[in-house]
Design a protein around this ligand. Structure first.
Ligand code: NAD
Ligand code: DAU
Length: 334
């Protein structure tokens, strides 16, 4: 099976590609990735000699480039996106361009090339904040950040191509991923790498916002299950095995790392900060998937990975782009 993966230089895409090529010795991957600030060739350096893998540096909104990559493809797994909520609050434009227009360009190419399956990777954030209970795939979309709104728009676009053009597509909606190769702007890698350097972690608001934590390899397995067994036109929630508020997450990580509470600094809240996400994943479980990773072990492994991979994250945090963003994001918040 030859698949086109978009956004494969990013956190989840790179973990998925490595998983897919290991699992399917006859599988091949073309990775279409523009290499934005979060796209990092080092994430797949171990595949440099792999003949079943090829990276094409291009924008998913570039119709000609997409057309070339789509040729001879059996299936598409679409990860490419602007993915950080805080950045979407600072500037929504790239989110609409990539997440909405980019998705439309891919969908049109998939139709032209009669691709057998299109997996659109979305997020639990499209449901908005859930005060109690769990979101099911039938729940209304109530996105609250520009990022979430752009993902909801792309989900609806995919739906329209399924209904109108009979595109054989499926949508997945996952919770907060964690694990190796996550760009250190996101809460967990920012917390771990700041603590390794004894730099304070900025905890937003009262820290009581609840997130569901999904180990990235459990997510990769879920995408694979949906790719092979998901029903065309269906949506599948993908949640992890552990959920807690940010205060509790920070306490666990800090304790595992032996760091003092004084390194956690309360800062003003993220505007529009969703209070709680929670997913009902029974539909995907009926396809035989469940999160297999023990959260406590995966958390310790993840801390260990960042501890032993300083050569991966230090250059990213040293870059001017990261420093400028960090300053802008946290200016006046401490
Ligand atoms: P990421 O920011 O780490 O990676 C995004 C990748 O997309 C990068 O490699 C980047 O270079 C590429 N990209 C961005 N714009 C592009 C464009 N115009 N053309 C081509 N490539 C482009 O993101 P991630 O955390 O790996 O998320 C991947 C997908 O999963 C996203 O669609 C995101 O919405 C979704 N998702 C993420 C999470 C999470 O917790 N991180 C949870 C649920 C869903
Ligand atoms: O739920 C799935 C989503 O999870 C994905 O769709 C997004 O792509 C991904 O970025 C993630 O969004 P969140 O906003 O939940 O993740 P983030 O890591 O930015 O923040 C996690 C929680 O930690 C959130 O409640 C905000 C808080 N936070 C975050 C940062 C960066 C802080 O308290 N301080 C911080 O510095």
């Amino acid at each position: 099976m030859k698949i086109l993966v978009t956004g494969g230089l990013g956190f989840i895409g790179s973990n998925f590609i490595r998983y897919f090529l290991r699992r399917y010795p006859r599988g091949a991957v073309v990775n279409l990735d523009k290499q934005t600030y979060s796209g990092n060739p080092a994430n797949l350096r171990d595949l440099a000699e792999e003949r079943r893998y090829r990276w094409v540096k291009a924008d998913i909104a570039d119709a000609d480039a997409v057309d070339k990559c789509m040729r001879g493809t059996d299936a598409v797994v679409h990860f490419a996106a602007e993915s950080h909520v805080d950045r979407s609050i600072l500037d929504a434009a790239p989110f609409l361009q990539t997440n909405v227009i980019g998705t439309q360009v891919l969908l049109d190419a998939a139709l032209r090339h009669e691709v057998g399956r299109f997996v659109h990777v979305s997020t639990d954030e499209v449901y908005g904040s859930v005060a109690k209970g769990h979101s099911t795939e039938k729940d209304p979309l109530l996105p609250n950040s520009p990022y979430a709104a752009s993902k909801a728009a792309s989900d609806l676009l995919v739906r329209s191509y399924i209904v109108t053009h009979k595109l054989p597509a499926v949508v997945t909606r996952a919770s907060n991923n964690f694990g190796p190769y996550q760009y250190p702007e996101k809460a967990m890698p920012l917390l771990i790498t700041n603590l390794l350097d004894d730099i304070p972690f900025p905890l937003y608001g009262d820290g009581l916002n609840v997130r569901d934590w999904l180990y990235v390899l459990d997510h990769a397995r879920a995408i694979d299950v949906v790719l092979r067994h998901g029903q065309v036109g269906e949506i599948y929630n993908v949640g992890g095995s552990f959920s807690c508020n940010n205060r509790e997450l920070v306490r666990r990580i800090r304790t595992l790392m032996g760091k003092p509470e004084s390194l956690i600094k309360r800062v003003p809240d993220r505007p529009g900060h969703d209070r709680r996400y929670a997913l009902d994943c029974s539909k995907l479980r009926r396809l035989g998937w469940r999160p297999e990773t023990d959260f406590r072990r995966a958390l310790a492994d993840t801390i260990g990975w960042y501890r032993t991979h300083e050569s991966w994250w230090r250059p990213l945090k040293r870059k001017l782009g990261f420093k400028t963003y960090y300053k802008k994001q946290y200016a006046g918040r401490s």
